[in-house]
Structure formats: C-alpha cells, structure tokens
Design a protein around this ligand. Structure first.
Ligand code: NAP
Length: 302
C-alpha cells in the first residue's frame, strides 16, 4: 500500500478485523486438526456470573467460536448471588480437570467478589485471558506466556497490516489511551517489546489531544464514545479503536470518531468489525497454545 500524505482527503485503509480474525481462526483450525490426529481435543471452561447483558453476548460469541473450531467448551452460568468461595471452588475443579486447557471468568463480576482473588486462583497454565500476575510478569519480562486476548489480537492485526504495507511498530511513537490490566497495560508492554516508544495515557493525563497528535500509532481503550477526534490525529497515523459502545439508536461506535479520523489516519480499525473479532480469535489461539504447552504435545509438521 502506498500512502500519499500530501492528499488532504485520503481515506484510511480499514483494518478489517473480521477478515483478519478469519485468517487467525484458519491457522488455529489447522492446529486443532493436528491435535485431533493425536487424539487431543482442546477444552475451554467459561464462567459467567450474573446477568450483565453485554457479558452474556460476549460469552455466547466465545462459546460459538469454540463450537465452530472444535474446541470443547463447558459453560457455567451462575446466579449473581454466587459467593466468592463458590466461584473459587468451581475454578479449583477446572484447574484439576485434565481435559480443560483454558479457564475464562467473564468480567465484570458482581459486587462482593474480589476480582484479584479470582484471577489469582486460575492456574497460570490455564489462564487464557492472560490476567494472572505470573503471565503479566512474563509479558513485562519479554518472555513467552499467555497474553491478554485483546492486546495480543491487536498485535496480530498490526502484523497483518504490516504484511501488505510494510508498516511496523518498531521505532514508532505509540500512544495507548487507557491503563487497564485487560487492555492498556499489556498493550503497552507488547508495544515496548516490539520496539515502539510508548506513552500510556489515563484519566489524569493532561492534554490528551496533544499526546495523540504526537503518535504514529494510537490505541484507544478508554471506554468513552468518540472521545478521540479526527483533528487530534497525526496525518498518516495508524489508529486502533478498542472501545465498544451502543448508542441510543442501537448503533455501535468506538472510542474514536471514525468518520473524522478516517481522513487523517493511514489505517484505522472500525467498530464493529475491528478489534472485537480479533479478541475472540485470539482467545481460541490462546486455548490451543495452552493445550499444546500443558499436554506437552509436538504438532506434526504437515
Ligand atoms: P477500563 O478498565 O474502564 O479502563 C479505561 C481506561 O481509560 C482507564 O485507564 C481510565 O483511566 C482511562 N480513561 C477513561 N476516561 C478517560 C479519559 N477521558 N481520558 C483519558 N483516559 C481515560 O476499560 P477497559 O476494560 O480497558 O476497556 C476500554 C474500552 O474497550 C471499553 O469500551 C470496553 O468495552 C472496550 N473493550 C473492548 C474489547 C473488544 O474486544 N473489542 C475488549 C476489552 C475492552 P484511569 O485508570 O485513570 O481510570
């Protein structure tokens, strides 16, 4: 792809997460077929506590992806009244089950359950969400481990974009908006490991627009609809929109004002159809990787 930076109204390349997730899932499906040839079926256990409608939708998509790819999934939908002790006991059972390679506890959890206690209880080898301090430590150390699905999926998205455009995060100025354990912090660590120079912004960062204007790569994960305006973005930047919001009309939007940003960016991910599908595909990847590592399998080469 060639980009004419002098052109005032050049629309960005769309980072088509749906198509890219298809590529990632096809790769995962090939590995599952190889595992099956060794009589191994990867397994993912998912816990959903309470009735959060968005969580219901996310969990259904994850279970469907397992079904489509041939990952054995077991789903426990627990009432909002579930105690922390009951949830930890369920995780104990899953930790001990040799047929379960990945454990996912959908967040947020109802009040009264300590998220850290739950995250810490999942065995690190089955921590397909990559939230356990052991896996976060490996990530920061630049060592292999299970990495949070959304940031890992974004790195795959950037790699696929790079294959056609030659773009790479190495040497670029990256700005990550948001510092959550689920997105912002692991994203920043991945980009540092990929040799970008990274600024992490949060709710106390002064002059957010000024920080974004300096960036060759913007990752927006603030949870605030259309916060990032096109006028903030440096012409030719790559913009990845993690946010997902449903407006009053039911239409989805992200943390970036797509309609203005697409005329400044060289490439931009849409909402929907951007980061969301990559997150689910990466969860499948993590589950298969956990299976291969835990069961000490060597995949056949062909
Ligand atoms: P989160 O835990 O609420 O974290 C939001 C982060 O943004 C915090 O670090 C917060 O700063 C910062 N922030 C909030 N408002 C800000 C502002 N006005 N200026 C600068 N920083 C601000 O959210 P999250 O879990 O990281 O998720 C972020 C968004 O991504 C949400 O819309 C979520 O639904 C979406 N998401 C999508 C996917 C997907 O697969 N597509 C996956 C995960 C999340 P403080 O730390 O100072 O509070």
């Amino acid at each position: 792809m060639t980009l004419d930076l002098a052109a005032p109204q050049l629309a960005a390349t769309i980072l088509d997460g749906k198509a890219m997730a298809g590529l990632l899932k096809a790769e995962v499906a090939r590995d599952i077929a190889k595992l099956n040839s060794l009589s191994v079926v990867p397994g993912l256990a998912v816990a959903l506590v309470g009735e959060d409608p968005a969580s219901n939708v996310y969990v259904s998509s994850k279970v469907k992806a397992c079904h489509d790819l041939g990952i054995q999934s077991s789903m426990e939908h627990l009432p909002a009244s579930t105690t922390q002790a009951e949830l930890l006991a369920l995780i104990d059972r899953w930790n001990a089950d040799p047929n379960i390679d990945g454990i996912l506890v959908q967040l947020p959890l109802p009040k009264g359950i300590d998220v850290n206690a739950v995250v810490d209880h999942v065995h690190p080898s089955k921590d397909v969400d990559g939230f356990h301090p052991h896996n976060l430590g490996l990530l920061v150390s630049g060592r292999p481990g299970l990495v949070a699905c959304t940031p890992a999926g974004i790195m795959k998205m950037l790699a696929i974009y790079g294959q056609s455009s030659g773009w790479t995060p190495a040497g670029k100025r990256a700005v990550v908006l948001g510092r959550s354990i689920t997105v912002g912090k692991p994203m920043a660590a991945l980009l540092v490991n990929a040799h970008a120079t990274v600024t992490v912004c949060h709710s106390r960062t002064p002059d957010l627009a000024g920080r974004v204007a300096e960036a060759d790569l913007v990752i927006a994960a603030v949870g605030s609809p259309k916060l990032v305006q096109g006028g903030w973005i440096k012409r030719g930047a790559v913009v990845v929109d993690v946010g997902i919001h449903r407006g009053d009309t039911g239409k989805l939007c992200g943390d970036v004002d797509f309609e203005t940003a697409r005329y400044m960016a060289a490439a931009i991910s849409p909402v929907p159809g951007g980061v969301g599908p990559m997150t689910i595909a990466q969860l499948m990847r993590n589950t298969v990787d956990a299976c291969i590592a835990r069961r000490n399998v060597t995949l056949p080469t062909s």
